[in-house]
Design a binder for this molecule. Structure first.
Ligand code: SAM
Length: 427
């Protein structure tokens, strides 16, 4: 039987390449801390180097015109990734485990057990050479047209979409991100260090264990640096009613609850399971909010209420999360950008009538693509005379001087997910 870490990594690869699914953020939940660490490293390597791992294997096959079954591709990728880049894994363990994966009827392709064994054994004879060979293959093999479009879109607004900067950004996104945390109650646990550049943000000390029990107690939460900076917007308003329009799992609802403890917060989420998680997260963290399970457009059409502050953290392609989600390049064919963009416009349209005069509307997406951000800003400006841009972030976030109504940190200078956010007030 392969170890749980290899099984988990294999399952996740099947989900991505077999079904076109994103890797669920709970994919490694059942694993011990040690197994989860190994599985994450392994999955990350396979996804970040999938193109070159396949290109390395292809010329070694007798019939190069035929694609290997996915089970064989996955077993080989897992084996070669360990041999090439995971020095801590013994060669015999890397080979044997991958062969066992290949032999598993659910995860592998048993007729290729011998092929997988032979190829990996040959690679294991000289691991340094294997690594050098894989590293020397063109980095472009690990990219897709989607990635190229995203990199360009990320840098273009900063007038930095030159070839060298595009390559620098791709290299930056290849390094797994450091998780960022927020302390909600009490002191920070000893595993965390204060972020010197972002007040209230904490990061995991080099080599420290992930503070799982502390997070489960609700005394803190994982929240990306970009979300933290975005939610630290400067605004003098004292909102009585707040709407978090797309709320689960509740990171931004929590920020709102901490900052505006006297406000009545409504958190809308359309997916019942995600809404359950939202409720639990808010309860654990001691944040008071009314959770409504509904399409937010239906909710808004049926409520007589209005809001002084609306946060619309809209569903999007997630193109700004390439660093955290290395599977994105491989499943981007399933992303319907036009449909997403139309849905985002519909959500924006629905919120405007429910914003009180003087109220603040924040629209955010974790995407760099202009179709999900900049284009909406242009459309909002043209179509809604009642709204005016609200300069609520420090200018540096929008490559501007003073303050800005556009949150879009420079992707090469800022550690954090790629975001586009815009803010308006109502006249
Ligand atoms: C980007 S996530 C929100 C993240 C959240 N604001 C946070 O900071 O933790 C978008 C969420 O909106 C939900 N959603 C998408 N479309 C929706 C809609 N039309 N009405 C309500 N919720 C929606 C999704 O299920 C998802 O949970």
């Amino acid at each position: 039987m392969p170890t749980p870490s290899r099984i988990a990594a294999s399952r996740a690869l099947h989900a991505v390449f077999g079904s076109g699914h994103r890797v669920s953020d709970r994919w490694d939940l059942g694993l011990s801390t040690e197994d989860a660490g190994l599985a994450q490293a392994l999955l990350g390597l396979c996804l970040r180097h999938w193109g070159r791992l396949q290109a390395y294997v292809k010329p070694k096959l007798k019939d190069q015109s035929r694609n290997l079954p996915l089970g064989s591709q996955v077993a080989l990728a897992i084996g070669f990734a360990q041999l090439a880049w995971m020095d801590g894994v013994a060669a015999h363990a890397a080979v044997n485990e991958a062969v066992e994966l290949a032999a598993d009827p659910g995860l592998g392709f048993p007729p290729h057990r011998g092929l997988v064994n032979a190829l990996l054994r040959r690679g294991a004879e000289n691991r340094q050479q294997l690594r050098a060979h894989l590293d020397a293959l063109p980095a472009s093999l690990d990219r897709t047209p989607f990635v190229d479009a995203v990199l360009e879109a990320a840098l273009e607004p900063h007038h930095a979409a030159g070839k060298a900067q595009i390559e620098a950004l791709w290299a930056k996104l290849q390094v797994p991100p450091h998780p960022a945390f927020r302390v909600l109650r009490g002191d920070a646990p000893p595993e965390l260090d204060a972020d010197p550049h972002l007040e209230g943000c904490w990061s995991l000390r080099e080599g420290a264990a992930f503070p799982g029990p502390w997070l489960q107690s609700g005394a803190g939460m994982v929240q990306d640096r970009s979300s933290q900076a975005l939610m630290a917007f400067h605004w003098e308003g004292k909102p009585a009613h707040i709407l978090d329009a797309c709320a689960a799992p509740g990171g931004k609802t929590t920020s709102l609850g901490l900052r505006f403890p006297d406000a009545r917060i409504t958190a809308v989420e359309r997916e019942p399971r995600r809404a359950e998680r939202l409720k639990k997260n808010l309860a654990d963290r001691g944040v008071k909010a009314a959770v409504v399970v509904a399409e937010v457009t239906d909710f808004l059409a049926n409520t007589t209420g209005t809001f002084d502050l609306i946060v619309l953290d809209a569903p999007c392609s997630g193109s700004g999360t390439l660093q955290k989600h290395p599977e994105l390049p491989w499943i981007a064919g399933n992303i319907d950008l036009e449909r997403l963009s139309e849905m985002q416009r519909e959500l924006l349209r629905a919120t405007i009538p429910k914003l009180e005069p003087g109220g603040l509307l924040i629209y955010a997406v974790c995407s760099w693509l202009p179709e999900e951000g900049e284009h909406h800003r242009a459309w909002m400006r043209a179509a809604n005379a009642v709204l005016q841009p609200a300069p609520i972030w420090a200018g540096e976030y929008g490559a501007e001087i003073g303050t800005t109504s556009c949150f879009r940190p420079h992707p090469l200078k800022w550690e954090g997910e790629g975001f586009q956010a815009f803010a308006w007030t109502k006249r």
